[in-house]
Design a protein around this ligand. Structure first.
Ligand code: SIN
Length: 287
């Protein structure tokens, strides 16, 4: 069994992220190894575990060490027999999509539209395209910390609405395979109000917490002012000084902290197959 003394955490030369070397996620984590990974996750925000030849059960077991798992509203795209596992894929079988092909098309923090958004997400590569398919991560602590002082002063204390439906119709127009939601599914994703700047519950660091995917408006401002302010804030997130671009390798598992980063799937040519499995760990109510 791997023990923490065998584990090396190698930080990337990037605004966030580290590779974890010497850990087989197929083996139950010792408490010591868990503590090491937990600390590294808080420090680096995105952890990359290479060459993990693990089963869905092992992926789920590792994810559960960090908290209860969430079930995505698009139940159509669960891995059969594993409700906690969302298939992220552009593959179609018998004309039907096997997974959520355009997950991550816009910058976002996972499940920010829930009262208790995801603490973290764990994405495991199953099948990768020969070209494209990268995932970009932006360090939203740094975004907040480096905003102009006047802007920081203006947004601190404001609240914004997040909804799963914010861009659903637009995505459906681009990708007609996206299913219509049932009344039950719509009821499951009622809009929520979140702080525009959240505090990480474990490190105390603040982070920008509005996203182009799920944030519709700042509830404390008139509509046009809110739209202008959100548009301005969104411009900071993709700036290269905050972004790490992950180029996937076979069997990578990437574990990110949704309280510290936002992410974007860069996409790949339609004719190339891409399939990954994702779990999300439930976090706290943002404050
Ligand atoms: C996601 O938003 O979780 C998917 C990211 C990806 O497919 O790269």
């Amino acid at each position: 069994m791997a023990v923490s003394t065998d584990i090396e955490i190698r930080a990337f030369d990037a605004p966030l992220g580290a590779e974890v070397i010497g850990l087989d996620l197929g083996v139950p984590l010792s408490d010591e190894a868990f503590a090491r990974i937990h600390r590294a996750h808080l420090d680096h925000h995105v952890l990359v575990f290479r060459d993990q030849r693990i089963t869905p059960e092992q992926h789920i077991a590792f994810s559960r060490r960090f908290g209860p798992l969430q079930i995505h509203v698009l139940r159509q795209f669960q891995l059969a027999g594993y409700p906690e596992m969302l298939i992220v894929s552009n593959i179609k079988e018998n004309g039907q999509p096997i997974g959520l092909g355009d997950a991550g098309h816009f910058w976002h923090s996972d499940l920010s539209y829930k009262e208790q958004p995801s603490l973290g997400s764990l994405l495991h590569a199953q099948e990768l395209p020969a070209e494209g398919g990268d995932t970009l991560f932006s360090n939203v602590h740094r975004v907040w910390e480096e905003l102009p002082a006047t802007l920081r002063k203006r947004i601190e204390g404001l609240r914004a609405e997040h909804t799963y439906l914010a861009r659903y119709a637009e995505l459906q127009q681009r990708n007609p395979w996206r299913p219509n939601l049932t009344a039950e599914q719509v009821a499951e994703v009622k809009p929520v109000v979140q702080p525009v700047v959240r505090t990480h519950p474990e490190t105390g660091r603040k982070a920008l917490f509005v996203s182009e995917h799920f944030t519709t408006r700042i509830v404390d401002l008139p509509e046009d002012e809110s739209a202008d302010l959100l548009r301005e804030l969104f411009t900071y997130i993709p700036r290269s000084e905050y972004v790490y671009r992950h180029q996937w390798r076979d069997h990578d598992l990437v574990f990110w902290d949704n309280r510290s980063v936002q992410h974007l799937a860069a996409g790949c040519p339609d004719h190339l197959r891409r399939k990954l499995y994702r779990t999300t760990v439930e976090g706290d109510t943002p404050f």
